[in-house]
Design a protein around this ligand. Structure first.
Ligand code: ZN
Length: 726
């Protein structure tokens, strides 16, 4: 039996990434811009196959050929004829979906390999029975021959990504080890070459070490590039070795990326976008990271665009040496309807802020809207989709020119709204309500959290000249009634004073503002919720918070008694506060699940939210604000760390509950993304169902026009690599 960590479970969560509302509200020009950027992203995303493992591209082509000839539905009968059980066929579909979603046969989170959860003979039988095989048996047999071995192999070295003996990588030829990586880095540094868009291949000629540095570019020739090219090609003697710097890695895909970026330029919204694309094109044409940096500079200047994007060799987690970037491309769009609701919330700040449970003196003199953008992802090509982005990664640009921080709304929403059978720790009827109202209540909570949460509350400051921003003789601590005796002095800030707990404490304050203000009818009305529906939104928002507090235990490490995630710690703290409120507001029981293993159920008495619940949050929120406003680190720490403590000796055994949470933790979800097509000068959005079959179908239809060519080119690209490995 294969260790379950090395295959994807048949019931793995697969959800459609919904961006219909946001996309429909774009102007035709914005839709065109988004479409061509998406096309560029999807072609570029295929690079990840080649970056991940030597066999990924072969497996991808094998699957594409099978499914282009027969849809997952049509193939089902074939599978039965080939002797596969329903479970085995499902395992085959899940494997294919996993390969597409991760753009390779290693998980994008955790970097471990996954293999099909059905016997190799069954997989082979299905290939042989398929229509694709009947159409071209020799091609399919050759393809199977290329990848059947590594597809299933779980030798120690194969189990994870890594360099040398430690694992598999395609950023380096198989004969490279850490020493080669370090040596090459020295060479690259000496030539002022960035490793971001490169791979390294080693050979030995007459006993001499020869390294080939391959730069990703559409152009293959090594002629000098016109203009401000900083890339040096050619052969160099370096210490006792020879380096040759060559262009043209993934040339076919880079060319496709450039063609689509060029088309997108026609529909750009402003000069910054145009220049940004121009530089990206130069980067992908010539293999210049410098040009990509230039593009990123324009990208930062393009503030708050309706269609946001980023594309290139970005994150370096998966290069075992940590300096080569994995390709990614995304297109995300402003949800204009949601933005309008958020804008209304901001314009109501004047009447809503006084509702918060602290004295007027503790509120800012002037409300400033926090810098917050929520976008819906239309396209995210690469190995996986994050819930937020904080780029560029170029340190020199981040320091001097800044970066963008964006929350990806529809990704976050999917991460919470699960299928009913995956909804842990809730009672049956709560599960139905949760699924129905999670989306709307999540939007209310996000809006309140980001805008009125992080945007509210004043810090009392005495500046360098001794001037106070508050009336020392009048502002009193609402709890003790005494004049306040502490404040921020000179250059002291919230982060510098509260250091280690600052971020989680602040997230907790913002979450509490969300819980507290969602009880307000005016707020609910801004989001379009009235009457009974509004009450459901409130109930599910609070229910989600207490459940999230429980799930948060996953991010606590008992050994070091520390929390690893600010938001999850904040939610656990809130759960503790609400449990402490008593009177049956929150119920938390440990039990045994239907499977005989430990389980837990959390409940919320909806009749007590507006009374017991509201009072508890009101008091706690006020304390949080007073400690924050008055720079009272000691008091703030005692309060926050007290509630953050994960203990086994109180009314609840949180350490044991943590074990249960880990036991029932859901596997990371996969996302099904839409496709866009241009038809009669308009862009059409085609969506797919959230299932393995839907995910597969989306990839089959993604490269409709040039599928054959893409596949042939992918095979050629990996073939070229393996000739080097021999
Ligand atoms: Zn926050």
């Amino acid at each position: 039996m294969v260790d379950s960590q090395y295959y994807l479970p048949n019931d793995i969560g697969i959800s459609a990434l919904d961006c219909r509302e946001a996309f429909k509200l774009l102007s035709p020009k914005e839709q065109m811009y988004a479409h061509y950027l998406s096309r560029a992203a999807w072609y570029g995303g295929l690079v990840v196959l080649i970056q991940t493992s030597p066999e990924s591209a072969n497996i991808y082509v094998l699957l594409q050929k099978i499914f282009r000839a027969q849809s997952p539905q049509q193939l089902e009968a074939v599978a039965t004829a080939a002797g596969l059980s329903a479970e085995e066929y499902q395992a085959f579909l899940v494997y294919a979906a996993g390969l597409y979603a991760n753009m390779g046969n290693y998980k994008s989170f955790g970097d471990t390999k996954f293999v099909p959860n059905l016997p190799k003979e069954k997989f082979k039988a299905l290939v042989w029975e398929s229509q694709a095989f009947k159409q071209s048996p020799s091609d399919m047999e050759a393809l199977w021959g290329c990848c059947c071995e590594p597809l299933y192999s779980l030798e120690d070295k194969q189990k994870q990504l890594g360099l040398g003996e430690k694992g598999i990588t395609a950023y380096f030829s198989g004969n490279c080890c850490l020493e080669d990586a370090e040596f090459a880095q020295k060479f690259l540094d000496s030539k002022n070459l960035s490793a971001y868009n490169t791979r390294l291949f080693k050979t030995e000629i007459d006993g001499k070490r020869c390294y080939e540095v391959r730069l990703a570019s559409a152009e293959k020739d090594n002629c000098a590039v016109k203009g401000k090219s900083e890339v040096c090609f050619g052969k160099y003697d370096f210490e006792d070795a020879v380096f040759s710097v060559k262009r043209g890695d993934y040339a076919f895909l880079m060319e496709k990326v450039c063609q689509n970026l060029e088309k997108a330029m026609t529909y750009a919204a402003n000069e910054n976008q145009k220049k940004m694309l121009e530089e990206y094109i130069r980067s992908f044409k010539c293999g210049s990271v410098g040009a990509h940096k230039e593009g990123s500079r324009y990208w930062i200047k393009d503030k708050g665009p309706i269609v946001e994007s980023y594309i290139g060799f970005i994150e370096s987690y998966r290069d075992p040496f940590g300096s080569r970037g994995e390709f990614e491309g995304f297109v995300a769009v402003v949800n204009k309807a949601m933005s309008a609701r958020f804008a209304q919330l901001v314009s109501s700040a004047e009447v809503l802020l006084p509702e918060l449970p602290w004295p007027t003196a503790f509120e800012k003199d002037l409300f400033l809207k926090p810098d917050f953008t929520s976008l819906d992802v239309l396209t995210f090509a690469g190995s996986g989709i994050p819930a937020g982005i904080n780029i560029p990664n170029y340190d020199d640009i981040r320091q001097t020119e800044g970066f963008k921080n964006v929350s990806l709304g529809n990704v976050l929403a999917v991460a919470y709204a699960t299928q009913k059978d995956k909804l842990t720790f809730l009672e049956e009827n709560d599960k139905d309500l949760y699924i129905k109202w999670k989306g709307p209540s999540f939007e209310v909570q996000v809006g309140l959290h980001e805008l009125l949460g992080h945007g509210s509350g004043k810090l009392f400051v005495q500046d360098d000249k001794g001037k106070f921003n508050f009336d020392q003789a009048a502002v009193r601590n609402p709890e003790t009634g005494e004049l306040i005796s502490s404040w921020y002095k000179g250059s002291e800030t919230w982060d510098s004073k509260f250091s280690t707990i600052a971020s989680s404490y602040e997230e907790c304050r913002a979450e509490c503002v969300g819980l507290y203000l969602c009880l307000n009818k005016q707020v609910l009305s801004i989001f379009g919720h009235e009457g009974e529906d509004a009450e459901e939104v409130v109930y599910v928002n609070w229910l989600n918070m207490v459940r999230a507090g429980l799930l948060g235990l996953e991010f606590y490490t008992p050994e070091s008694k520390s929390w690893r995630q600010a938001h999850m710690q904040a939610r656990f703290v809130i759960l503790r506060v609400l449990l402490e409120a008593g009177e049956g507001l929150v119920g938390l029981k440990e039990c045994t699940g239907a499977d005989g293993r430990p389980d837990a159920v959390i409940t919320l008495d909806r009749s007590k939210i507006h009374t017991v619940g509201k009072t508890a949050i009101q008091r706690f929120l006020c304390k949080l604000q007073v400690h924050k406003s008055t720079a009272d680190v000691e008091g703030g720490r005692a309060l926050y760390e007290g509630y953050s403590a994960v203990t086994a000796d109180g009314t609840y055994n949180f350490l044991r509950l943590r074990e249960t949470i880990l036991l029932r933790k859901e596997a990371r979800k996969m996302f099904v993304q839409a496709n866009t097509y241009v038809k009669d000068d308009a862009v059409e959005l085609v969506e797919y169902e959230g299932s393995a079959a839907g995910l597969i179908q989306s990839f089959i239809e993604r490269f409709q026009d040039d599928a054959e060519e893409v596949e042939t080119q992918l095979l050629e690209m990996t073939c070229m690599d393996s000739s080097c490995w021999c």
